[in-house]
Design a protein around this ligand. Structure first.
Ligand SMILES: Cc1cc2nc3c(=O)[nH]c(=O)nc-3n(C[C@H](O)[C@H](O)[C@H](O)COP(=O)(O)O)c2cc1C
Length: 336
């Protein structure tokens, strides 16, 4: 049983306090999104996954994925790959870009990644897990962390063994998404399996999977006994959920839901950051996704989304979104 309020922990030169982490999500947790989320009480941000081969190819898009705010700390850059040479190069690259920690991804279930025996496919090969971690830990002077699933499939769950290997090879913090690769995103995350990792090691363990509000965060902590919480999908269009989870793990009262004005202020700022970071053309594509999420559960949201998704001009999108969000009743509840 985790003790509430959670006390946080030290990772290298940094405190992870509160131990509330924004989940890395490819195509979502770019700099604009993390900038918005940071004000809602998180203790650590992580970039989206960056494939070590992409680093080697030196694309501009890869550089943009690793761009950090000057005051964004503590922050991890997440890398993926199984060829130690490329993974080590990517780790050095992450350090040069200002990461406080390098996070290795061994949880990604995507076929293209698994085919290269990276992401969650690595969990099938414990020798490869150890070798990859060792290479990165030896290569960089900053803490190396790891994110895993509970195994490849139900028959080969090895979460406790992987946790122990990780600790023995020098991993300083472990995040466990309580699903196997075979489960993809189906069913419910198994928080007891996260507890198996927690029981196997002395390093901090962050629990992840299906935390959607303060109550589920506390239940995940109760079942797993782990040291912190990572939240992903529930934050899409609803960064306020982070404030709610933060309050829960710190033993504080649930914060009030945002007013329509507050919601619009965040949407507008998010859209502006997207344009500044990606340029208006790509920002407009990203806005369709994010603004659609922000409207979820609100009045006339299906009609709004249907209309908004067809707009491809960022300025027009901004105006249409303003009219929609400011036209809402200030007393509307948070998205479900
Ligand atoms: C669209 C999407 C992209 C994701 N990208 C990454 C990623 O780049 N790296 C990673 O470690 N996990 C990634 N994940 C997994 C999340 O970090 C997290 O483990 C998972 O969504 C379960 O947590 P949740 O139930 O709070 O969403 C991604 C998940 C989603 C939905």
């Amino acid at each position: 049983m985790s003790q509430i309020p959670l006390s946080g922990f030290t990772l290298g030169e940094h405190r992870i306090d509160p131990p509330l982490v924004l989940a890395p999500m490819a195509g979502i947790t770019d700099l604009p999104f993390r900038r918005i989320c940071r004000r809602f009480g998180i203790g650590l941000t992580v970039t989206e996954m960056i494939a070590s081969r992409a680093v080697e190819q030196g694309r501009e898009r890869t550089e943009r994925m690793a761009e950090l705010d000057a005051d964004e700390s503590p922050v991890s850059i997440q890398i993926a790959g199984s060829d130690s040479k490329f993974v080590v190069e990517a780790a050095h690259w992450a350090v040069e870009r200002g990461a406080d920690f390098v996070d290795i991804n061994m949880g990604c279930p995507v076929k293209k990644i698994c085919k290269q025996v990276a992401g969650s496919a690595m969990l099938k090969d414990e020798v490869l897990v150890a070798k990859t971690i060792r290479a990165v830990v030896e290569a960089v002077d900053i803490p190396v962390t790891l994110k895993i699933r509970t195994g490849w499939d139900g028959k080969s769950k090895n979460v406790a063994r992987i946790a122990k290997i990780a600790e023995d090879e020098g991993i300083q913090m472990l995040t466990v998404h309580g699903r196997t690769r075979a489960q993809m995103f189906n069913g419910h995350a198994d928080w007891e399996d996260i507890g198996l990792a927690k029981d196997a090691v002395a390093i901090p363990v962050i629990g992840n999977g299906d935390v959607v509000d303060g109550e589920s965060a506390l239940e995940m902590l109760r079942v797993s006994g782990c040291d912190g919480v990572m939240v992903g999908r529930a934050v899409q269009g609803n960064p306020w959920v982070l404030a709610e989870v933060h309050a829960a793990i710190m033993g504080l009262d649930k914060p009030a839901a945002p007013t329509a004005q507050e919601r619009w202020a965040v949407v507008q700022e998010h859209m502006q950051h997207l344009a500044a970071h990606h340029g208006v053309q790509f920002a407009s594509k990203m806005a369709r996704k994010h603004v659609g999420w922000y409207s979820k559960g609100l009045r006339d949201s299906a009609e709004f989304r249907g209309y908004f998704q067809r707009l491809d001009d960022w300025q027009t999108q901004l105006k249409v979104a303003e009219d929609y969000f400011l036209g809402l009743d200030a007393a509307l509840p948070l998205a479900a």
